[in-house]
Design a protein around this ligand. Structure first.
Ligand SMILES: O=C1O[C@H](COP(=O)(O)O)[C@@H](O)[C@H](O)[C@H]1O
Length: 260
């Protein structure tokens, strides 16, 4: 049986950010050893702000350096909107993180969606999958892309990426990237990495903070109930780590650890 995911709870977002940074840098080091680049998938929502908090501080040592010029950033999910639309996950990451990276930290290679296909979400998803095929080797020779790290959010309903509770997309096993046209959270049209791709990552990290997440975290860790985040926990086991604050885990009795 896969071992359980790690659950880290911190007294403040500052403390969370410090440990999240150390965790991301250890994933970066492992990625650089494997293929001289760091392939990361990121979510939208509240995550980019916390990421900026964690990453945009000067390094305390050579080992503590974020090497953005080695990063390849993909989107764990994206909304079918122009890149400068207020609902765009790319737009959010750009404003919160990418535009604030000082020159000396290097420039990541960022892979947004191809906005030529906004009117056809199947084509939008297929194009993004083709991008993954090119970046991760040929689809025929590789069953699934293996991200060095997936940085994910957890919605108050237990959704992650654009994988929503009870949705048929949770049963998708063939596609790497899938369209969704009936997202219960607006906007309805999106694309998302599928569950097998998410759980196949070398490491998967959730960031969930604030009391607004406490009820769903209790459900995820104590009941599971087929919630998308719980399915990631089950599929990834100990490769999955949760970075939370005490407000978000107030009601969780799952054994916690406060440092890496
Ligand atoms: O719609 C989305 O929501 C989730 C969760 O967002 P949060 O604000 O509750 O952290 C996010 O991870 C996903 O990328 C986004 O498209």
């Amino acid at each position: 049986m896969a071992r359980q995911p790690n659950l880290f709870a911190f007294p403040s977002v500052d403390a969370l950010a410090t440990t999240l940074r150390a965790y991301i840098i250890s994933c970066q080091t492992a990625g650089l050893h494997r293929h001289d680049s760091f392939k990361v998938a990121v979510s939208g929502g509240s995550l980019p702000k916390t990421l900026a908090h964690a990453l945009l501080v000067p390094p305390s040592s050579a080992e503590d350096t974020v090497k953005f010029d080695k990063w390849e950033i993909f989107f764990a999910d994206e909304r079918a909107v122009p890149l400068d639309h207020e609902d765009s996950n790319y737009g959010l990451l750009k404003t919160e993180l990418l535009d604030k990276i000082p020159e000396e930290m290097g420039k990541p290679l960022v892979h947004p969606i191809d906005v030529a296909h906004l009117d056809d979400t199947q084509e939008l998803a297929d194009q993004y999958e083709q991008l993954l095929v090119k970046s991760f080797a040929q689809r025929d020779s590789v069953k699934l892309p293996i991200f060095d790290l997936l940085l994910l959010g957890c919605g108050p309903d237990g959704h992650t990426c654009s994988l929503f509770p009870g949705h048929e997309l949770l049963r998708e096993t063939a596609a790497w990237v899938a369209p969704i046209e009936d997202s219960p959270k607006p906007p309805p049209k999106r694309i998302t990495l599928t569950l097998p791709v998410v759980t196949h990552g070398v490491k998967i990290a959730f960031v969930a903070t604030g009391s607004g997440k406490k009820e769903i975290l209790k459900k995820i860790f104590e009941e599971g109930a087929g919630l998308p985040c719980a399915l990631v926990n089950e599929g990834a086991g100990e490769r999955c780590s949760w970075f939370t604050d005490t407000a978000a885990v107030e009601e969780v009795s799952f054994p916690r650890r406060g440092s890496l």
